[in-house]
Each structure stands twice: as C-alpha cells, then as structure tokens.
Design a protein around this ligand. Structure first.
Ligand SMILES: Nc1ncnc2c1ncn2[C@@H]1O[C@H](COP(=O)(O)OP(=O)(O)OP(=O)(O)O)[C@@H](O)[C@H]1O
Length: 341
C-alpha cells in the first residue's frame, strides 16, 4: 500500500487534469521611492497534473513572484488563479494543504540535526515521527539524519529543504531554484530525486531554474517568463520540435562570423574548440550565404538538433523583438495624437 506521504490523489471526484491555471495575473510592488515595480504583467500559465514543469526566465522576470502568488505569500492585484479546482486567494487555506514548497531557501536551525529540524517542522503540520524518517529516507538523508545541519553540504541542505516541503504530503511540490550553487554530483542527486517524486510518487512538481541543461533532462514541460509575462508554456518535446535548429561553424574565422551574424539578427553562442552555435529557423545555407557575401568561409559546418538553451534564447529574442515593436508603435501613435487644446 502507498505510504501516507504520497496517498494524496484527488478526493474531489474525477482527477482534475489541469492542477493550476494563472490567467492574466498582475502584481506590482511599491518601491521605497514611492514608485511601482511591475513583477507580473498579465502572467498566464497552466500546470497539468502529474507534470514536472521547469519555470525559466532571466533574473527579475517574475518567476518567484508567480510562485509566491500561488502559495498565498503575495497577493495579486489583478487576474485569476485557480488551483485544484478552487479559486485563489479565496480558498487558499484549502489549497495550501495540498502544496509543499521551498521559496528563497529553507530556514533551519544550524545547531540541530537534520532529523530534529524536521521533527520541529513536522509538529507544525501534526505529522508523525515515522513520516519524518520516511521523507529523510526518500531524499537520501537517512544516514546523515542525526548529524548537525551546520555540517551538511549545500546539496544535503537543499535535499533537507525538499524533505521539509514533503512533510505536508503535498500533491504539488514547488521548488524555487533547488539546484542553485550545487556541484555536479549534487545536481545529479537532485535531478534523480525530482524524477522519482514525479514518476514513482505521481507528484506534480514545479521547479524554477537557470540550469537549462538540467531542465531539459528532467522536465516534461517548460514555462518561459520574460518581463512578468509568459512567452512560452509548452511541452519540452513541442518546444524543441518547433524551436530553431542549430548550425555549428568551426574554424579560425568564427569571431568575424559572430559579428556578422549578430548584425544580421541571428542568435549566436560561442562554444569551446573555436565553434560557433547559430540558432536558425531556416536552412543552414542562409547562414552560409550571409558569410560568403562578406568573404567569411568556416572550415567546418554541421547541423545539429536544437537544445533547450537554443529554444530558450530564440524565444526570449522573439519576445524582445515583439516588445520593441509594440513600444515603437505606441510611441508613433502618441506622437500622431492631436494635442488637447
Ligand atoms: N517585495 C518586493 N518589493 C519590490 N519589488 C519586488 C519585490 N519582490 C520582487 N520584486 C521585483 O519584481 C521583479 C520580479 O522579481 P522576482 O523575484 O519574481 O524575479 P525572478 O524571476 O524570480 O528572479 P531571479 O531569477 O533573480 O530569482 C523584480 O524586478 C524584483 O526586483
């Protein structure tokens, strides 16, 4: 039989396939100088039940704010948010019981052991000691459970954070940058843990991250946020299939090729071994034509499948282009408007 921790599937009748839906959510913060900082600007996304969602976006794009709104830590100014078939913030208390989270790093008492820290948190949720042992085991900290938290590595601290988030037996686990600052081994442990929670425990997991290669490996869905708006909310498969292909150029002339292609609006990433990765929605021959017209001839050219990084950079570039066009159009229409007399 399933343990109590994870026996959390819908008791409200048929399973809701869409666990969360943000629709046009707006959040503006007051700044110390009395201004307004827009963190969410019509934010819309869905979280399907059972998915492992990667929430991506540049620093300050609104990821943490969106997660805080979902968790009831911040109140939206406009828009609608539904979770588990309930409206938020109206039914926040009901929905809160179904979610576990780490936002901006968990706070633990350094002098206490991992086990003791969790016992104290467990008392808040009214959970039994057995459950504390179970979550510690699940995150791979059973052996280190009775060591003091201050001696834990960063990876162990992050996993203890996940263990704490699992204490309320959540259906939805929300983790803000759980892989931040971890070494490759700890990243791998965290990746395996997330996949296990999703596949074996049937949990829905949302992770915000800047580590695109990891997101590509573990997530089945990606939401990209830019300037408080969602510019892509899709399965990783669809995003990669729809995204640009990559033309790889190699040779001594790649730095001039980079300048040229940059100037022609291509997304260009320099890589190791004098390689240049060029995201292209059209055929590689278009890239070669631009180079040849300027007398630049790479030694080697090959075409590769795009990575999530290519798709991400392309999505952000397109969104910025569209935004710049809207700004230009607004400027023109303001200039063209007759002055009030
Ligand atoms: N409490 C607050 N008061 C004022 N401004 C805030 C507050 N919280 C967030 N912001 C601003 O809202 C915007 C979005 O911030 P948020 O933390 O949601 O971004 P993020 O995508 O999570 O960034 P990062 O990747 O750096 O964690 C930023 O401009 C930030 O400075």
């Amino acid at each position: 039989m399933r343990s109590r921790v994870f026996f959390a599937y819908s008791r409200e009748g048929p399973a809701v396939s869409e666990l969360v839906r943000f629709d046009g959510v707006v959040k503006k913060f007051r700044t110390p100088r009395g201004g307004r900082q827009t963190a969410l600007d019509g934010f819309s996304m869905t979280i399907p039940r059972g998915s492992l969602v990667g929430l991506l976006g540049p620093n300050g794009s609104g990821k943490t704010t969106a997660l805080k709104v979902l968790l009831g830590l911040v109140r939206a100014d406009q828009g609608t948010l539904r979770a588990f078939g309930h409206d938020l913030p109206r039914d926040q208390r009901f929905v809160a019981r179904k979610m576990g989270a780490i936002i901006e790093g968990p706070a633990f008492t350094p002098s206490l052991t991992g086990h003791h820290n969790l016992r104290l948190l467990g008392e808040l949720h009214g959970v039994k000691k057995r459950l504390v042992d179970e979550v510690l085991d699940l995150v791979g900290l059973a052996e280190a459970a009775h060591r003091s938290y201050s001696g834990y590595s960063l990876g162990m601290k992050q996993r203890l954070g996940v263990a704490a988030a699992l204490l309320p037996s959540p259906e939805l686990l929300v983790l803000d940058e759980p892989m931040n600052g971890l070494d490759p081994e700890a990243v791998r442990d965290m990746r395996e843990l997330l996949v296990r929670l999703q596949r074996e425990r049937e949990m829905t997991v949302v992770v915000s991250s800047h580590i695109l290669a990891e997101v590509e490996l573990v997530c089945d869905r990606v939401t990209i946020v830019r300037h408080g708006r969602v510019i892509c909310d899709d399965s990783v498969e669809t995003l990669l299939a729809r995204g640009p292909a990559r033309t790889v150029l190699r040779g001594p002339e790649v730095s001039s090729a980079r300048e040229l292609l940059d100037a022609h609006g291509y997304s260009v990433i320099p890589a190791a071994g004098s390689e240049l990765h060029v995201s292209t929605s059209g055929p590689s021959s278009e890239v070669l034509r631009v180079l040849a017209e300027h007398g630049v001839f790479p030694d080697e050219i090959r075409r590769e499948k795009a990575s999530l990084e290519d798709a991400y950079i392309e999505a952000v570039r397109k969104a910025d282009e569209e935004r710049a066009q809207i700004v230009d159009t607004n400027k023109l229409s303001t200039r063209g408007r007759p002055h009030a007399s």
